[in-house]
Design a protein around this ligand. Sequence first.
Ligand code: C2E
Ligand code: CA
Ligand code: CA
Ligand code: CA
Length: 284
Amino acid sequence: AKSGGKNRVALYHPQLRANQLDLTRIATGLRHATQRQEFTLNYQPVIDLTNDAVIGVEALLRWTPSGGAPVSPADFIPLAEETGLIVPIGAWVLHQACVDARAWHERYGVGVAVNVSGRQLREPDFPETVLDALRRSGLPGSGLILEITETALVAAGAAETTSVIERLERLRQHGIRIAVDDFGTGYSSLSYLRQLPVDILKIDRAFTAVAGDTEQSAENAAFTRAILQLGHTLDLHTVAEGVETAEQAGALRQMDCRLAQGYHFARPMPAADLTRALASPASV
Ligand code: C2E
Ligand code: CA
Ligand code: CA
Ligand code: CA
């Protein structure tokens, strides 16, 4: 019986099979999710550390399959990228974020940052998709930021990178700003950064644990200081991501870090909650 059990494991790989089935099920579900209106956007405030004002928000995609539990973006975004579904899903995100942000921008000057995958950037008509979202929503280009990971910016071949840069330059002419997401975790070199049409660096959460007297936090602090300095030199804005405690916020303030985002200030929330929070700033 013992060896039989072993055999079964070898033949059926139950764990592996379960994972594959799961992925197939998620991929099938994703295909219908837009038309079934299963996606929503949450918005997380970006805070000015000098006066605690909300200066912008980041749009974060949420997926709850009908009758099911929410699926984490960490699970479905990679699959959406692999299957190419991120292109239509991303177009929906862009449009919905611009629609939601229009009033926030008009009343409070709050802009919206939208995450964009490398796969979307590689579509020749990506600029049209973005400009169309602006036109249909009435949000001006100055109210939109595109967040792109350094990996997505750099991973393409040289020829492809050139056309991606051209596309981003074109969008910047409309006042749209470009943020490098998760900065510090990828492999882009400094010389690369100078060539890229970039306005904002978002310092990855891995480096914003800068408070306390552990060796790790001292190292993080040195790293964060270096990125802030780099941003200053290149005339870029910098945002510290994933700030979870008052101590971290205080340490960042002392480093003259101006902008931050994280659970300490506010969690991602539905559009209606953000509208309320902006109307009564004390509650953010
Ligand atoms: P990201 O762009 O780096 O977004 C920040 C993530 O950190 C979000 O996770 C946010 O909820 C979380 N976060 C914010 N503050 C804190 C904090 O203080 N502590 C911790 N531990 N986490 C914090 P989320 O919403 O699960 O999204 C995960 C990733 O999925 C995003 O990372 C982004 O890469 C991707 N993603 C989300 N929405 C979209 C989208 O519309 N399009 C694309 N292409 N990717 C998206
Ligand atoms: Ca982001
Ligand atoms: Ca990030
Ligand atoms: Ca990330």
